[in-house]
Design a binder for this molecule. Structure first.
Ligand SMILES: Cc1cc2nc3c(=O)[nH]c(=O)nc-3n(C[C@H](O)[C@H](O)[C@H](O)COP(=O)(O)OP(=O)(O)OC[C@H]3O[C@@H](n4cnc5c(N)ncnc54)[C@H](O)[C@@H]3O)c2cc1C
Length: 557
């Protein structure tokens, strides 16, 4: 293993840890000053995976880039996915061969750049009969060929004895076989943050909590944007040769800033996930079942919890407020578990966390959301704004290349050649992918518990060593989360609110039930110190966070 202690090319701020490519919240006003002073090749609207990918691709190819995000980085769809880096086996059945090939091949590329953010895991598909097993294997063989899967990672069959050993809760009265194949698990929010930090390492500037509310048009051509800092009200005018709209579910609203008559484009689809303790549903891998409408449902082990997803229902309202998680959504997910697993059924009251996302699909009139292709589309508006919509987390790199090449064509940018396989690993990705060795190193060197070491390694990769060196005091007594992670969130990963930390940095709101509420006060205390909050601001943050945590689980009452 070749884990480094983080690198030191750019410091995160006056008092931050030395970290490669930091986005420090302590530097916000300096970033705004620079955004106003300089003129950029590209300004990117949206800090989800699409915007981060575009900023990274553009900066690595020699462009000066500014990125503006209305909320927190990754606060849109890109922290609310199923967290799979996958080719999308079911899109093969829909005949979307090109999409499957691209995304299946991307699995290996993302693993190469950030092995902790694309961890190979077994997807277990239990079947009732041998005929069912053989049918599934035929499809998976094509899938593996498209993704150039190496022999050691190819699918295999499990007998009923294998199932008993590996997934003892799968109902062996019903399922006598299983086909298992490789997919990759990620932390979607950290994939965005690492990609954005990689853009910053190549010279990009990124600012969160700064919604763009105006596109400046000069002589008929988009020439920049205006945004307002959500904390201070300061307005920032960013001048650029090219404006790129990567606003995900809000892409249409941003297109209307360019042209009020822009035609509708998207079909939004709501996807809900629920989380239960692994003690309630002891799944070890990622197990696939079938919902009542024949859609696939996954139960995925994640540390000491298992998450189950997802729904796929048309969402008529605008993306302005995030969709509610209803008891009907939760019951849809719980239903198939009763068929898949033996033992006591999982109930609504077992659910300890939940999240809902909106898929920004390219509308295909007449088709229900689960039949709509997950392809992406790049469009150019009347003032030359380049918009990107649709797509998947997994395909963000090829999508970003397509966007930046279109932007170069429209705005006359001269792109340096793409580095291809010479691309540098993402921050934290500079180790050989052996997470078990990294975990053992963290546990041995810093005396961390195994669950804590495993959690740190998979969220931060090699940078977990830097974070542990900053301090190993737990944020909440007995929970596998370190207080130093809060400092890292602010000084390196651009967190600016309690929600940013709990939901998208330390992930306690989703995956650490014992710290879900207990980490709120200590996080607010530390942010108050680091960011010099007033008592009023601290109180507001705590109240808002309590409401948000409660609203996620309101379906239980
Ligand atoms: C339930 C669900 C499960 C999924 N599972 C998977 C999966 O397992 N694997 C996979 O590959 N894909 C998956 N996807 C798809 C994937 O998550 C999305 O394709 C991807 O995250 C979209 O990213 P984005 O950057 O385009 O949009 P977003 O992540 O939503 O980013 C857009 C950003 O733009 C910002 N913004 C909007 N308006 C403005 C403005 N005016 N100014 C500044 N910023 C603005 C928003 O705040 C937002 O952060 C899933 C999607 C869902 C909903």
């Amino acid at each position: 293993m070749t884990a480094s202690l983080g690198g030191d090319t750019r410091s995160g701020g006056s008092s931050g840890p030395a970290a490669s490519a930091a986005i420090s919240t302590l530097e916000r006003s300096r970033v705004m000053d620079r955004m106003e002073r300089e003129r950029f090749d590209c300004v990117v609207i949206g800090g989800g995976i699409s915007g981060a990918g575009v900023a990274c691709a553009a900066a690595q190819r020699g462009q000066s880039v500014a990125l503006l995000e209305s909320g927190d980085f990754a606060s849109g769809t890109s922290s609310r996915s199923s967290k799979l880096i996958h080719g999308g086996l079911r899109y093969l059945a829909m005949g979307d061969i090109a999409l499957v090939r691209t995304t299946a091949l991307e699995r290996k590329e993302i693993h190469r750049l950030a092995p902790h953010l694309a961890v190979p895991r077994w997807m277990v598909v239990p079947t009732r009969s041998r005929a069912g097993l053989l049918k599934f294997r035929a499809g998976i063989t094509t899938y593996e060929r498209l993704g150039a899967v190496e022999p050691k990672d190819r699918h295999r069959s499990w007998s009923v004895e294998d199932l008993e050993r590996e997934e003892p809760r799968v109902d062996r009265g019903v399922f006598k076989h299983a086909c298992v194949y490789r997919e990759y698990l990620t932390d979607d929010a950290h994939l965005v943050l690492a990609t954005l930090r990689s853009a910053v390492r190549s010279g990009a500037l990124a600012l969160s909590h700064a919604p763009v509310d105006e596109i400046a048009i000069e002589s008929g051509k988009a020439a920049g944007v205006e945004a307002e800092c959500a904390f201070t009200g300061r307005r920032v005018r960013v001048r650029a040769r090219c404006v790129i709209n990567a606003a995900g579910p809000w892409v249409e609203a941003v297109r209307r800033l360019e042209s009020p008559s822009a035609s509708p484009l998207l079909h939004l689809s709501k996807g809900v996930h629920i989380v239960v303790p692994a003690s309630v549903l002891p799944v070890h891998h990622m197990v696939v079942g079938t919902a009542r409408d024949r859609r696939s449902i996954f139960a995925i082990r994640h540390g000491d919890v298992v998450y189950i997803g997802t729904t796929d229902t048309s969402y008529g309202a605008s993306a302005a407020g995030w969709p509610e998680i209803t008891s009907a959504d939760v019951d849809y997910l719980l239903g198939p578990l009763r068929e898949m697993f033996s033992g006591a059924p999982v109930t609504r009251s077992d659910v300890v966390a939940a999240w809902a996302g909106l898929r920004p699909l390219i509308a295909d009139p007449g088709k229900p959301p689960h039949e709509i292709s997950r392809r992406d589309e790049v469009m150019v508006g009347p003032a030359g704004v380049v918009s990107v919509a649709g797509g998947k987390l997994t395909g963000f790199r090829p999508m970003a290349r397509a966007v930046i090449e279109k932007a170069a064509e429209v705005c006359g940018l001269a792109l340096a050649p793409w580095a291809g396989e010479r691309e540098e690993p993402l921050p934290g990705g500079d180790f050989d992918g052996d997470l078990a060795t990294l975990e053992a190193l963290l546990a041995g060197k810093f005396g961390l518990s195994r669950p804590c070491a495993a959690r740190l390694a998979s969220l931060y990769g090699s940078e977990a060593l830097v974070i542990a060196a900053m301090g190993t005091e737990p944020l909440v007594p007995g929970a596998p989360v370190l207080a130093s992670e809060v400092d890292w969130s602010v000084q390196v990963e651009g967190a600016a609110t309690v929600e940013d930390v709990l939901y998208r940095r330390i992930r306690a709101a989703l995956f650490v039930p014992e710290a879900r509420e207990a980490s709120l006060e200590p996080t607010a205390d530390r942010l108050t110190e680091l960011l010099h909050w007033s008592d009023e601001r601290r109180l507001l943050e705590v109240e808002q966070m309590r409401e948000r945590l409660a609203s996620d689980l309101r379906f239980r009452s």
